[in-house]
Design a protein around this ligand. Structure first.
Ligand SMILES: [Zn+2]
Ligand SMILES: [Zn+2]
Length: 204
């Protein structure tokens, strides 16, 4: 091969999609928890191919188990680490993943629909009673605490949703409402259809 005077062609190095390693330095930040990844701590890299270059986005391996378990599984099935790197058993990471899922389910985010667990709460829109086991929809309402505005969940009748969403302090967006309700409610298809029918048309 003769020497070429023009710039060399960039070498297209084939990087694997995942990499597990002990952090080489303490400089990278975990993309899940946003904290520093200390040197020598196990981390998972997920390859990002972007317009400005190709590289790994790093996560603590334990954080990845909680937020990106599919990637962890793929990394394990590809044995994406060098000889001598000691990785925990996949079952241990799966446990972390399941615990994180359970916590996420407890912290429900409006909007979602559920059956009223008691008959004691009133509809925050019309102040009317809500029967036990009847459908209620949980929306977000902006509440000011001193300088801060927070969103607190409020329960309303399905039939009061459209009117409540026109209120100025309603923190639930029209845009994507049905999708959000669908993914955030733990309901069967027929139940969801029932709730949506009771909500009716939303005014834009
Ligand atoms: Zn982390
Ligand atoms: Zn109502």
């Amino acid at each position: 091969m003769s020497e070429n005077e023009t710039a060399p062609e960039p070498v297209e190095e084939e990087l694997p999609q995942h990499r597990i390693e002990n952090a080489k330095s303490g400089r990278a930040k975990c993309r899940t928890c946003r904290r520093k990844i200390d040197k020598d701590v196990l981390r998972l890299g997920v390859l990002l191919v972007g317009p400005f270059g190709t590289g790994y986005l790093w996560h603590h391996l334990n954080c990845a188990a909680k937020s990106l378990f599919n990637d962890v599984e793929e990394a394990y099935s590809a044995v994406a680490w060098d000889d001598g790197v000691e990785v925990p058993e996949l079952a241990k990471l799966k446990e972390l993943s399941e615990k994180a899922e359970a916590t996420k389910k407890e912290k429900k985010v409006p909007p979602y629909a559920e059956r009223a667990p008691t008959g004691r709460a009133k509809c925050k829109h019309c102040e009317g009673a809500m029967e036990k086991d009847s459908w209620r929809v949980v929306l977000g309402r902006s509440v000011e605490f001193g300088q801060q505005t927070r969103t607190s969940p409020i329960n309303v009748h399905p039939a009061c949703v459209a009117a409540e969403m026109l209120a100025e302090d309603c923190a639930t967006e029209h845009e994507g409402f049905v999708d959000a309700l669908t993914t955030q409610s733990a309901l069967a298809d027929e139940e969801l259809a029932e709730v949506l029918a009771a909500i009716g048309e939303l005014e834009a």
